[in-house]
Ligand binder design. Structure first.
Ligand code: ABU
Length: 392
């Protein structure tokens, strides 16, 4: 009798172990327990392609020249990434790292050839975790078409370990000439400021509506509500695809006064229920945007400017990376170590602020949020916007 009881108990605890959720994350603030942190190794100034025209003659990369990021820069970036991973691990968070490919290799599909890839520092661009699902984004640069492969060893493992993990991949885009507006960059460089703003108001950038396109980093997760930015890399069709893919969620299409928008995570940053960080230079183009937050009791806090006045060489991100933070739980947040005004602001709001040196990582694709992808946060799916309104 005793033996039978013991066996049943064993069975129960085994069931518990095997059904323990490895993957789950519904928002940007619940207690973080497991995360992916990117690597700088092998990152390239990618070869020109329709969507990307790097032109840095002063740094040895004039238009048309591509190649690996300088070795010393890569070493410093990896040092800061490793240090960040260690900070997280010391706080009891499990950290996984991607497996870099040879990004210097030329790649091809039946539709195109591309002379190089990019890298795997910013997993946030590629992987979108919503609940028990991780979704590989379509991406819209040819150089980033195969980037998901760096995360496959991890996703394969999560799939084995978690019987409830939903592993999804959005339709791989063709990225043919039809996906891009011809001569966009040439025209853009000849436009006046006023004409550029007109393009922005009309969300008129390089990608067409030929096929659904989105980067995962254009999505800000607030439980039931997903705010998705239309941008240089995310089109209407991509937002519609996300809407159909998440029928249990409300997908809000948003855009801001950002001339060449590229990812929402230096524009709209959820901090905790009721508190969202907003970019004072990027106001929402939808009048209903702020009303929706206010009607649901959210405070919109304007971010202070970065202490820096110059970006790192070879950096494609803006100085607003000071907003690109990682929330560890509703009371704890990682901020770039030099960004004192941001740290002081969040301290006033009751956060324990963890300073993380990260500026050297910026040329490799972003800040602390970009460099991570959620695997597991405690918490469940909640509705933080019970009062919906039209127009956003
Ligand atoms: N990938 C985040 C970059 C956003 C920005 O530079 O504004």
């Amino acid at each position: 009798m005793v033996v039978k009881h013991f066996c049943l108990q064993m069975e129960d605890s085994l069931k518990e172990i095997t059904s323990h959720a490895v993957v789950s994350s519904w928002n940007e603030w619940d207690p973080l327990k497991h995360v992916i942190v990117g690597r700088a190794s092998g990152t390239m100034i990618q070869a020109s392609e329709p969507a990307v025209q790097n032109d840095w003659p002063q740094q040895g990369f004039p238009l048309g020249i591509f190649g690996p990021m300088p070795e010393q820069m890569e070493a410093k970036a990896n040092e800061q990434l490793d240090n960040f991973a260690e900070i997280l691990e010391n706080r009891g968070i499990r950290v996984d790292r991607p497996v870099p490919l040879d990004f210097s290799q030329a790649i091809q599909t039946p539709d195109w050839n591309q002379d190089s890839m990019f890298g795997c520092m910013p997993p946030r661009d590629v992987l979108l975790t919503v609940g028990k699902e991780m979704l590989e984004a379509t991406m819209s640069f040819r150089s980033r078409w195969f980037e998901y492969l760096c995360y496959r060893p991890l996703l394969e493992q999560y799939y084995k370990d978690d019987p409830n993990f939903r592993w999804e991949s959005a339709p791989k885009p063709r990225l043919t000439e039809r996906t891009y507006k011809q001569d966009f960059w040439q025209e853009w460089h000849s436009l006046s400021e006023e004409e550029r703003w007109r393009h922005t108001e009309n969300s008129d950038w390089i990608i067409t509506e030929t096929e659904p396109l989105f980067d995962a980093a254009d999505v800000a997760r607030f439980g039931h509500d997903l705010f998705v930015q239309k941008s240089m890399v995310t089109n209407d069709s991509g937002i519609e695809w996300l809407r159909r893919h998440y029928p249990g969620h409300r997908v809000h299409k948003v855009s801001y006064t950002d001339q060449l928008p590229w990812h929402i995570d230096a524009t709209l940053i959820p901090l905790r229920p009721g508190l969202v960080l907003v970019n004072p230079e990027r106001t929402a183009l939808q009048k209903a945007h702020n009303v929706l937050f206010e009607k649901n009791g959210w405070e919109l806090v304007e971010a202070p400017k970065s202490v820096r006045t110059e970006k790192m060489p070879l950096c494609t991100c803006s100085l607003w990376l000071n907003m690109n933070c990682l929330v560890l739980d509703p009371k704890t947040i990682c901020i770039e170590a030099a960004e004192t005004p941001m740290m002081e602001l969040l301290d006033k709001y009751g956060f324990e602020v963890i300073p993380v040196p990260f500026f050297e990582v910026s040329p490799f694709g972003g800040g602390l949020h970009c460099a991570t992808a959620d695997v597991y946060r405690e918490g469940s799916l909640e509705d933080y916007f019970p009062n919906q309104i039209d127009g956003v």
